[in-house]
Design a protein around this ligand. Structure first.
Ligand SMILES: [Zn+2]
Length: 305
């Protein structure tokens, strides 16, 4: 699982350097690994065939411009497919993700001290003299993950941006701009996969049944309209097991999805719940990367067990 990928001075706030990604993919190429497409993984899981050894599959979440401009370019150099989970409201230029808005607000704050009333009703005291923006961002995001998210975009604009005296940008700031739907079409033509990742990136387990349904069905519909096919793969926003529930899985199944990814760091195994497929985050460090692709993590799990 990748997130942002950065090349040179391209304005990506933080991410994996394109050259580091190249070095990871070169390692796989040199040792004869194959990168599976989503269809290939589906055939293995569906038909009960073993997942080939020395195989990997790559996904990238959210749909920012660098995913098309940088990440896809690097994958094309190696002839590896990459699977994109896109927030359809981001590509539709309706919003940019709430967790990035928190970071933007704290990094542009004109206020040093402020008491923020969280959506849960609790008060969080910002004091940028004592606690740096980075730590504050982390703490506010964690608090928001646990609280109700129905009104989170309104809350960001009115409460967080308001209290910190930050002008709310009329559209996504350049560093958070999306790829376009035409980029997404070009990705599919080049053999990559594009799938929905909700409309707004709100955490499904915090939403009402009607909102869950709307996030799942409308993001599916947007991908169908723009890309002219019916995706059957989805990824949960934030993706910890507490971020989705049995109702979400049922809703996804009814909407026609047959593989859904979370963010639990583990290997995909035959016979696993197809509505909770795990993913390792692609690490920056070569040592960590080697441990994952050489299945050293499975060995460590066994030792711990
Ligand atoms: Zn995401």
């Amino acid at each position: 699982m990748l997130h942002r990928v950065t090349e040179g001075d391209d304005g990506v706030p933080s991410g994996l350097a394109a050259d580091q990604l190249r070095s990871h993919l070169q390692y796989l190429t040199d040792r004869g690994y194959q990168a599976l497409t989503m269809d290939e993984l589906w055939s293995c899981l569906h038909e009960g065939q073993p997942i080939p050894s020395r195989s990997v599959m790559f996904t990238i979440d959210d749909g920012f411009y660098d995913h098309h401009d940088v990440a896809a370019k690097v994958f094309d150099e190696f002839g590896f497919p990459l699977n994109f989970f896109v927030i359809t409201g981001l590509l539709d230029n309706q919003l940019w993700p709430w967790d990035d808005q928190v970071s933007y607000a704290l990094n542009h704050s004109r206020i040093v001290n402020s008491d923020i009333r969280l959506p849960s009703g609790k008060v969080y005291s910002v004091n940028l003299e004592i606690k740096p923006a980075k730590t504050t961002v982390k703490e506010i995001r964690e608090a928001l993950k646990a609280g109700p998210q129905t009104e989170i975009y309104q809350w960001l604009r009115e409460e967080l941006f308001g209290k910190l005296d930050v002008d709310f940008p009329a559209s996504a700031p350049p560093e958070y701009r999306p790829m376009s739907w035409s980029d997404a079409r070009s990705l599919r033509e080049r053999g990559h996969g594009v799938y929905p990742h909700t409309c707004s990136h709100r955490i499904l387990s915090t939403l009402s049944p009607a909102e869950k349904r709307q996030e799942i069905r409308d993001s599916l519909k947007r991908v169908e309209e723009e890309l002219g096919y019916s995706p059957q793969v989805f990824a949960y926003p934030t993706g910890r097991p507490s971020d989705y529930d049995g109702d979400d899985m049922k809703e996804l199944e009814q909407a026609g999805f047959n593989m859904v990814f979370n963010t639990v760091p583990a290997y995909v195994r035959q016979g696993q719940d197809r509505y909770q497929l795990p993913r390792y985050s692609l690490p920056e460090s070569t040592a960590d990367f080697l441990q994952i692709v050489n299945r050293f993590e499975a060995f460590k799990e066994k030792l711990r067990g």
